[in-house]
Design a protein around this ligand. Structure first.
Ligand code: ZN
Length: 149
């Protein structure tokens, strides 16, 4: 298990150091700010939608390694997915980081599995889910600012 844990840590460190889709999107369909006051994580998520499909996702901002890596993995995971699929991925991810991964298959988890260790640190769950909460708001188009508090 420790080898796997090390691998997961590598994934998080890599995405923190070299975040994917880390740029502003001037022609985004939707732009939403997300803030986690407990940790100071603060990101802006940009979405370009094509009907029900997420064509592009990008983000800017700063925060701890978990929050940044999660935003990076989220952006590359939901790109090309439908709104509904993105919602299901968020549910899966949320279950994983809150320690309710029973019944989730490795195939469903994919690279999200790197965040399984977060469930042992309840204070970091908000760091890991911030980008996803912000994405959901952007998809719903209801809020311009999200706070985990
Ligand atoms: Zn954080």
């Amino acid at each position: 298990m420790s080898d796997l844990r090390e691998l997961y840590q590598q994934v998080i460190l890599d995405h923190n150091k070299n975040p994917r889709n880390f740029h502003a999107m001037p022609d985004a369909s939707r732009t939403v700010d997300g803030y986690n006051p407990l940790c100071g994580d603060h990101y802006t998520i940009f979405l370009r939608l094509d009907g029900e499909t997420i064509r592009e996702v990008s983000f800017t901002g700063s925060g701890c390694a978990i929050s940044k890596a999660s935003a990076s993995v989220m952006s590359s995971t939901v790109k090309g997915k439908s709104k509904e699929e993105a919602g299901q991925l968020f549910d899966t991810f949320h279950r994983l980081v809150t320690g309710d991964a029973s019944g989730l298959s490795a195939a469903e988890l994919g690279r999200l599995a790197a965040f399984s260790g977060v469930s042992e640190f309840p204070a970091r769950v908000k760091c890991a889910t911030l980008a996803w909460h912000t994405l959901r708001s952007a998809l719903e188009g209801t809020e311009e600012k999200v706070s985990t508090e």
